[in-house]
Write a protein that binds this ligand. Structure first.
Ligand SMILES: *[C@@H]1O[C@H](CO)[C@@H](O)[C@H](O)[C@H]1NC(C)=O
Length: 577
């Protein structure tokens, strides 16, 4: 007996097969972001003294992007732009002041829920979504536990990671501290502040501007403010900010840094193994803790190269990437997965440990680094990706692309149409990656320092020149290409006239060309700048001083305040050395 294909049973069968096939075809997505990794640190970008075989493998089996630019040279704004595909100024995540990133878990600013992240995009398209590792986009807003800015409120169904960032202060070496690096005379400053406050109050009292009762209240109030500041940012900084969450549950305080990379790798492997038989595709994002200080690793990675603890951490980072690649291979998911690896900003050139050992990355031939505004060393990211269905092994993309491009590229991969009202600044990279196009779809890019634009990049539609017009340059220490600890946006040097560089022939930004010989290029760029500025709709600044400050009522705490301490039971005893 032959089957009649019009038989309803066969039709259902055919339909089921079609549904299953189209289901199977939705690609998975893995996005990995290192912290403060420099483009000169990685083997496939030319480093010969540190081995990164797993990152290099992705380049060999997929593509290497040599001009992949972050929207900021600092983590919070760069990551906000990465998540949303938009310049961070559009979400209120670009601030100019002293701190351009959130520094406390108990701050109230963060990525607004009105923003659409790539996780939300994928979730809406039926994807399972997860974030492991670093977030740094805020936590709560008005009350502890509203978790307004928590990853679970931004499209990530599963979160195992830390809401803030890694920090020098979180390590074993108690001599290392961020605030003490920025304000080396911290103790002196706090005492000075106290004395000034005391003198002012006494003056007010002695000139009979205030009575005795008010004088006492003022002195008590002033002293408690100073003490609170000192308590929160020096004495308890690590306890209050080195926090690890599983979804909305605080599971570790403070974090054990030496096992962190291994735990995120283990969680990643577990997640991938569970996905093997899923019908739904997944989007897994991993924010690796390395290379941000404090640098700590498993014993197995100590002293494997000549770059001290920085080198140890780099090899552990690459190992972590290898764990994920291995799990993907074992689950037979590799062929249908878009996997991407990048960094959030360039290597931190000024970073040293208490003994003067270099603990920041290397940005190769590119000028400057982390927090230097618009120079390429801070924004040109070591980026590799693999996507067997569309990207030929060994592809090299030298055209300008952006971390913001990941958002529209994902939209393409998951076959979702982007709403124009989202106002996405990124461009779909797929035409470039697959070789369909040879010129970047970005004609102009704007390089921010905080909320200020320090440079414009222009890729004409023809020829090979890529122009960079530098309006403001970092104000370096005399004779160095470094600042004290980080360069300030406000103290940048205004270039009048702006410096014009051809990045194709001068990628190190060392020989500006005469702008008056390219008047049409310069005027096109300045016009584009005005158009871009016009497109910015003012929003709440999430990183203004009141939002950045530590707020005791937003402080998560394991156990009872002020002891606050616990450790993640899931991995108890697993990685002890
Ligand atoms: C490799 O990276 C290390 C660590 O940042 C750096 O010190 C070194 O100069 C780099 N080596 C090369 C050959 O690029």
């Amino acid at each position: 007996m032959t089957t009649n294909i019009l038989d309803p049973r066969s039709l259902i069968l055919v339909l089921l097969i079609i549904i299953q096939c189209s289901d199977a075809k939705k690609p998975n997505i893995i996005l990995m972001m290192a912290d403060d990794l420099g483009i000169g640190d990685v083997g496939c970008f030319g480093n010969t003294t540190i081995k990164t075989p797993n990152i290099d493998r992705l380049a060999r089996e997929g593509a290497k992007l040599t001009q992949h630019l972050s929207a900021s040279s600092l983590c919070t704004p760069s990551r906000a732009a990465f998540l949303t595909g938009r310049y961070p100024i559009r979400s209120g995540m670009a601030a100019r002041g002293f701190a351009r990133v959130t520094l406390f878990v108990a701050a109230s600013g963060g990525l607004p829920t009105s923003e659409t992240t790539f996780a939300e995009l994928a979730k809406t398209a039926g994807y399972k979504t997860a974030l492991l590792g670093k977030w740094h986009q805020g936590l709560s807003q008005d009350s502890l536990g509203d978790y307004e800015h928590h990853p679970n409120s931004q499209g990530f169904e599963y979160f195992y990671g830390y809401p803030l960032t890694n920090m020098k202060d979180f390590g074993k070496d108690t001599r290392e501290s961020l605030f003490r690096s920025i304000f080396p005379y911290w103790n002196f400053q706090i005492v000075t502040a106290f004395v000034i406050m005391f003198i002012c109050c006494t003056c007010l009292y002695s000139t009979r501007m205030v009575g005795l009762a008010l004088y006492i209240i003022l002195v008590i109030f002033g002293s408690s403010v100073l003490f609170t500041v000192h308590y929160a940012i020096i004495i308890r900084y690590r306890d209050f900010n080195s926090l690890l969450f599983r979804n909305k549950e605080l599971v570790e305080q403070p974090m054990e840094l030496s096992t962190l990379t291994r735990r995120f790798a283990a969680e990643g492997v577990e997640y991938l193994e569970k996905r093997r038989n899923d019908k739904e595709p997944f989007l897994l994002t991993i924010g690796w803790p390395h290379m941000h200080t404090y640098l700590d690793t498993a014993k197995a990675f100590v002293n494997r190269n000549k770059h001290g603890r920085y080198g140890d951490a780099l090899e552990e980072l690459d190992w972590g990437v290898g764990e994920i690649l291995g799990a993907l291979d074992r689950s037979n998911l590799a062929d249908n997965t878009f996997i991407y690896f990048t960094s959030d900003n360039g290597g931190h050139l000024e970073e040293r440990n208490a003994d003067g050992e270099v603990h920041g990355g290397y940005n190769g031939i590119y000028k400057g680094g982390k927090a230097h505004g618009a120079v390429d060393g801070g924004i040109r990211m070591p980026t590799v990706l693999r996507y067997p269905p569309a990207v030929r092994p060994g592809t090299v993309i030298d055209e300008p692309t952006s971390l913001m491009d990941v958002f529209p590229t994902i939209a393409n991969i998951i076959q979702t149409k982007l709403q124009p009202k989202l106002h996405i600044d990124g461009q779909d990279m797929m035409p470039l990656l697959s070789g369909k196009e040879t010129v970047s779809s970005h004609d102009f890019m704007f390089h921010y320092c905080g909320d200020d634009i320090h440079a414009i990049r222009y890729r004409p539609r023809t020829g090979s020149s890529i122009w960079k017009l530098v309006l403001k340059s970092p104000n370096y220490l005399p004779g160095k290409q470094m600042c004290q600890f980080a360069c300030s946006c406000q103290e940048a040097i205004v270039n009048d006239p702006p410096l014009l560089h051809d990045m194709t022939s001068d990628p190190s930004e060392s020989r500006p060309v005469d702008g008056t010989r390219h008047p049409e290029v310069v005027s096109l760029m300045l016009k584009a700048l005005e158009d871009h500025k016009d497109s910015i709709i003012p929003v709440i600044n999430q990183l203004d001083m009141p939002r950045l400050l530590w707020k005791p009522w937003l402080q998560p705490c394991c156990g009872s305040f002020p002891s606050c301490s616990c450790s993640d039971e899931k991995f108890e005893g697993q990685f002890v050395e």
